[in-house]
Design a binder for this molecule. Structure first.
Ligand SMILES: *Cc1c(COP(=O)(O)O)cnc(C)c1O
Length: 225
């Protein structure tokens, strides 16, 4: 992919986001996180050069490698994947701008212990398993508000900013919409607790997610595949 193609893909994405957000409200601002798991380092540099600042990775090791390889650029890195407890130290070393996939109180408490030891804090989103899919990580929607509050109480080194979800993995749009609405309703209840980020929507469903209130989308294939 050359620079002109990359520019075209980014422009197209920005326009589609623009249309979707204005449908919701003129004041509704949506942040794009470019998911770089399919991208080469060269493509990341190209997209950065075109103005994109937030990038996401779903594997700790890849995140670490790319943080190191691109340390000359002030990229805002997001971690969006499943984190095994034995990889917490690696994540803390990579020190992402936002950890979006805090999927249980147990993981939060394990991270809290390491963060406290290192004298660090980390901004995180709590992942919600909005469609209650076996294959997916995340807190059950029914337990989400309570778990969020427990993390806030017990984990002072974790700065919770809101919620993240992956839309239902089905073809039926009504079912996907439901999973986004469920997550948005949880986010709305958590606003009085300081939540300000609702991360939902990927290449195939970001317009629907924005319609349902998402203010952060994570887009990979549309930019890099
Ligand atoms: C890969 C990934 C994305 C991006 O998915 P695309 O469909 O390629 O846009 C978003 N969120 C998470 C958690 C991912 O793992």
């Amino acid at each position: 992919m050359d620079r002109a193609q990359m520019q075209q893909r980014l422009d197209e994405l920005i326009w589609r986001v623009e249309e979707a957000r204005i449908k919701r409200s003129e004041h509704h601002i949506v942040k794009i996180v470019a998911v770089s798991k399919y991208a080469t380092l060269e493509q990341i540099r190209m997209l950065y050069d075109l103005g994109q600042r937030a990038f996401g990775e779903n594997k700790v090791q890849m995140l670490q490698e790319r943080v190191d390889a691109l340390e000359d650029l002030p990229i805002e890195w997001h971690f969006i994947g499943r984190l095994q407890k034995n990889k917490i130290n690696h994540l803390i070393r990579a020190n992402p701008f936002l950890m979006q996939s805090l999927d249980s109180l147990e993981l939060a408490e394990a991270m809290q212990a390491r963060l406290e030891r290192e004298g660090m804090t980390m901004e995180c989103l709590m992942q919600v398993n909005s469609a209650r899919e076996e294959s997916k990580a995340g807190v059950d929607p029914d337990a989400a508000v309570e778990t969020y509050q427990q993390i806030k109480e017990r984990c002072p080194n974790i700065e919770l900013r809101g919620v993240m979800t992956i839309g239902a993995h089905v073809d039926d749009e009504a079912v996907i919409r439901k999973s986004f609405e469920t997550t948005y309703a949880i986010f709305d209840r958590l606003r009085s607790n300081g939540a300000d980020i609702c991360s939902m929507g990927m290449s195939g469903d970001f317009e629907l997610a924005i319609e349902c209130g998402s203010n952060m989308i994570r887009v990979g294939s549309l930019l890099f595949k």
